[in-house]
Design a protein around this ligand. Structure first.
Ligand code: FES
Length: 364
């Protein structure tokens, strides 16, 4: 199964002529009377199937229109829907490998207080149309994937790793792969039957489903630690490792596994929470709108601006999708992932993982 990433389409012939006569928004308005996914250039996807995966997760199978450019297993995309009259956007991981029929799947876990996840879990149904953004993310199979792999997944972190497992299985599991997958309870495990069936079918694939809040005679229990890791994976030093889950889990995995593994790459799906002891306030000048605001130092600029009624474009809220990127022309900001303070002018800034470290000017 090959990854499918298509180049952008250029207007040609009739399309170029139409473009000169009809504004894309006007075209979209009339075309949507015939089919809600027909647009001039806007990527949309129709929900064509829905499967319950666990107590609090559902898989939505989507059929994107021709403007969506494809993806590689392990990537994510931004999904938007209108809820109570406002567009809400969040990032979700694609949980299946690329398919010949162009359908894609996202697995959505209902998050407490999460507007879009509740909408997709409880109300979205077959036939609904969603806005979708381009795929993004680096946690994909490398061109040369020789050598043994270890995947560490906690909670929703299973989703992109499941796409990678499925792609690996479709190729016949060409390299040994062990998956350690933590969920709080058995009811919250996604894909458990499929994973166990794949492990039965492929001797080079091993799966350990581990519960953290439920005693179970048939499964290991407890959070990731050195004893658990060494008891389940004897050869970490030979492994390349992908880890995905909440930030605390990813940081534990990084501290424990990265020093001994062949390579380590992680993606956390919760925003950075480190406290760098930045106190006080800073003045943020929004150059395009001409507004000046006072925000707390140390708080992500995205959250600080939203708290004042400004809604910059955003998606993943963890520094991966680049949707919130904007220019900074002056001032110092702190990268909330690394703690680094950046003072260079005329630089790009991701609002969700940057905080004002002093007065700043940004291109909003
Ligand atoms: S919202 Fe995705 S990088 Fe900021």
């Amino acid at each position: 199964m090959n990854a499918v990433v298509r180049p952008p389409k250029r207007p040609r012939g009739l399309r170029r002529l139409l473009h000169a006569c009809v504004a894309p928004k006007v075209f979209d308005f009339w075309a949507s009377r015939l089919d809600r996914t027909w647009t001039w250039e806007r990527p949309l996807a129709r929900i064509v199937d829905r499967r319950v995966e666990s107590r609090d997760a559902v898989t939505l199978v989507l059929k994107p229109n021709r403007h969506w450019r494809g993806f590689r297993a392990g990537q994510h995309l931004n999904v938007s829907a209108r809820i109570d009259g406002a567009a809400v956007t969040r990032s979700y991981s694609l949980s299946d490998a690329p398919r010949d029929d162009g359908r894609v799947a996202i697995t959505v876990k209902r998050i407490e207080g999460g507007k879009l996840s509740a909408h997709l879990f409880e109300r979205a149904c077959v036939g609904d149309v969603l806005d979708v953004g381009p795929a993004f993310g680096e946690m994909t199979w490398p061109q040369a994937d020789a050598g043994a792999w270890l995947f560490l997944a906690a909670g929703s972190g299973i989703t992109p790793l499941m796409a990678l497992v499925r792609e690996h299985a479709a190729r016949g599991m060409p390299a040994p792969l062990t998956l350690m997958y933590w969920a709080r309870t058995r009811e919250e495990l996604c894909f458990a039957d499929e994973l166990l069936a794949l492990a039965d079918a492929h001797k080079d694939f091993t799966v350990h489903c581990i519960l953290t809040r439920e005693a179970d005679d048939t499964a290991p229990t407890g959070r990731l630690d050195a004893a658990q890791l060494s008891s389940l994976v004897a050869d970490v030093a030979q492994r390349r490792v992908y880890a995905c889950g909440p930030r605390g889990f990813v940081e534990t995995a990084r501290a424990l596994v990265a020093p001994q593994a062949r390579s380590f790459h992680a993606e956390a799906f919760t925003p950075p929470t480190q406290d760098f002891n930045d106190v006080g306030e800073a003045v943020v000048t929004l150059q395009r709108s001409g507004r000046t605001l006072t925000v707390p130092r140390g708080q992500s600029l995205l959250s600080a601006l939203e708290a004042q009624g400004i809604k910059p474009a955003s998606g993943c809220r963890m520094g991966i999708c680049n949707t919130c990127a904007c220019g900074k022309s002056a001032g110092a900001t702190r990268d909330l992932n690394t703690g680094e303070v950046r003072t260079e002018p005329a630089s790009a800034l991701r609002l969700c993982i940057s905080a004002a470290a002093g007065d700043i000017e940004i291109d909003l």
